[in-house]
Design a protein around this ligand. Structure first.
Ligand code: HEC
Ligand code: HEC
Length: 460
């Protein structure tokens, strides 16, 4: 049985690698193991034949500033309900994502106001670049926040595949920033938004938030760090508090542990099961999942672990979620990059419907998926990728004309923004879905290797 599995895997791997041109994959040079039977054997046994050394952030004791930030992060006293802290929505044991399956959380004074978007995980934001519109896959030193949007207007649409970003390099793409629409650049600027948002912590005006800080049990530590007069300038006090929260998220190793089975596999310390390994190949195959085109899975040349996002934005056209209260208004649309929460790109209608590509690390721990929390399981997410173009009637509700209302969470005029260039979105109605049922199960198995807290058998 084991023999058959192994031979089958070698065959699957060779076919997939040949078809996919995975040959150029570095530092997992599959082309070399195709020539090298020893490496092929290791691979088929579930090991990474070319282990890399990952560069992880070093654990260090928290600075006084970060310790203060931690207290603020867990302080429900900063909310009008006195029941909501950052940690209520970004739950530490759930990779700082939501604990349950609700599409959005409830906030406000009586915790009765529903949010409008799914809560993202706060892990792995430490390498998030600032928002901008620039060349694909390139750090453009000359670009800055004010010159970039105009340059992006009318830019050609770039296609991308898991193996080839050459044609994409010509295009300018929106990338970076925090939130599903990239509207905040730094963790410091970001933190004030949920703190003051009426449907989240509802902390009130800057003056009110400063007053709450001055009443907190950690107020003396605050004054020790920033000087006794810190509370006399509300603006300053709140800015310093948000700086402290950002320091906490950057310094505490728990926000970026890189302890998934996949990380240890990259290092040659863990062995993937046949299903996980098959899923990994489908994830990378540009004619099947093509997932790695957007959810990047290669370590950097310098050993930086992969983040499973390219930090870019895409319109996938996920279905409208009737469970969100805002959606009871048929004229309400969450257009991501072009509104309603960010307003600087309103006129760049070619980006309406674009949302950030999230990291897939710890995604198997989530129970609510996509920006509007439309799905509750990875099976449903994979069905979306598999059937959106081949069997749209499985994904979108029927209209009275008995035709599925495709991309129904976007106004008609923006539906052409939806990505139809890249696999897995290249199928035709009633055509063959890009992934077979077994391949879907394999990809789900592979995604399970991205959960932190794995202990490799031989130690770390
Ligand atoms: C009521 C639930 C709730 C609370 C409380 C909350 N957040 Fe969030 N957080 C969200 C949601 C929802 C989003 C996504 C919003 C969007 O994209 O517009 C988010 C996004 C973020 C992001 C961006 C993540 C990313 O992937 O881009 C950060 C960072 C963040 N929150 C930190 C905090 C901090 C710090 C606090 C406390 C000061 C906090 N949050 C309190 C719900 C919450
Ligand atoms: C063209 C780029 C692209 C490709 C290819 C792609 N994704 Fe995504 N993925 C995204 C974007 C963008 C989102 C967020 C979309 C939204 O919320 O509207 C997303 C969201 C997800 C989510 C939900 C994560 C969360 O936290 O809610 C999962 C799971 C996921 N993708 C898995 C996959 C898998 C598996 C594949 C391959 C079958 C794949 N993706 C292919 C861009 C891509």
């Amino acid at each position: 049985m084991r023999g058959i599995t192994r031979a089958g895997l070698i065959l699957v791997a060779i076919l997939a690698a040949a078809a996919a041109g995975l040959a150029a994959w570095s530092p997992l040079p599959l082309a070399e193991w195709l020539r090298d039977p020893r490496a092929a054997f290791f691979y088929a046994e579930g090991w990474n034949p070319y282990p890399v050394r990952l560069l992880r952030p070093m654990p260090a004791p928290l600075s006084a500033m970060a310790q203060l930030g931690k207290k603020i992060f867990f302080d429900p006293g900063l909310s009008s309900s006195r029941r909501l802290s950052c940690a209520s929505c970004h739950v530490p044991r759930d990779a700082y994502g939501p604990a349950g399956a609700l599409p959005a959380m409830f906030g406000g004074q009586a915790l009765t106001l529903q949010g409008v978007r799914a809560v993202p995980s706060l892990r792995y934001l430490e390498r998030q670049p600032n928002f901008g519109i620039g060349p694909d896959n390139a750090e453009d030193e000359t670009a800055n926040r004010s010159t970039m949007p105009p340059r992006g207007a009318g830019a050609p649409r770039a296609g991308k595949t898991a193996q080839n970003s050459v044609n994409a390099a010509a295009g300018l793409v929106p990338q970076g920033g925090l939130f599903w629409d990239g509207r905040a650049d730094t963790l410091q600027n970001q933190a004030l938004i949920p703190l003051s948002s009426p449907f989240e912590m509802d902390g009130g005006s800057v003056a009110e938030i400063a007053a709450r800080l001055a009443r907190a049990s950690y107020a003396p530590a605050f004054a020790r760090l920033f000087g006794p007069s810190v509370f006399s300038d509300a603006q300053m006090a709140v800015a310093e508090a948000m700086f402290a929260v950002a320091r906490y998220q950057i310094e505490d190793i728990d926000f970026h542990p890189y302890t998934s089975k996949f990380d240890f596999w990259l290092e040659g310390k863990a062995r993937m099961s046949p299903a996980e390994l098959r899923g990994f190949l489908v994830f990378n195959d540009p004619h099947k999942g093509n997932c790695a085109a957007c959810h990047l899975d290669r370590p950097g040349a310098d050993g930086l672990p992969p983040l499973f996002t390219d930090h870019q934005f895409e319109a996938l056209g996920v279905p409208r979620n009737p469970a969100l209260a805002v959606n009871r208004d048929p004229s309400y649309f969450d257009l991501g990059l072009c509104g309603p929460f960010r307003t600087d790109m309103k006129t760049m209608t070619q980006y309406c419907g674009f949302f950030a590509t999230p990291s897939l690390r710890n995604v198997a721990r989530r129970r609510t998926f996509f920006h509007n929390g439309i799905y509750n399981s990875l099976q449903q997410v994979l069905d979306f990728y598999d059937f959106r173009d081949t069997y749209p009637e499985k994904v979108y509700p029927d209209t009275r004309k008995m035709k599925p209302d495709m991309y129904n969470d976007l106004p008609q005029r923006y539906r052409s923004n939806v990505d139809k260039l890249d696999a897995p979105f290249t199928g035709t109605p009633s055509g063959q879905p890009p992934l077979a049922a077994q391949e879907v199960q394999d990809v789900i198995a592979f995604l399970g290797t991205l959960t932190d807290g794995y202990r490799p058998p031989g130690g770390t």
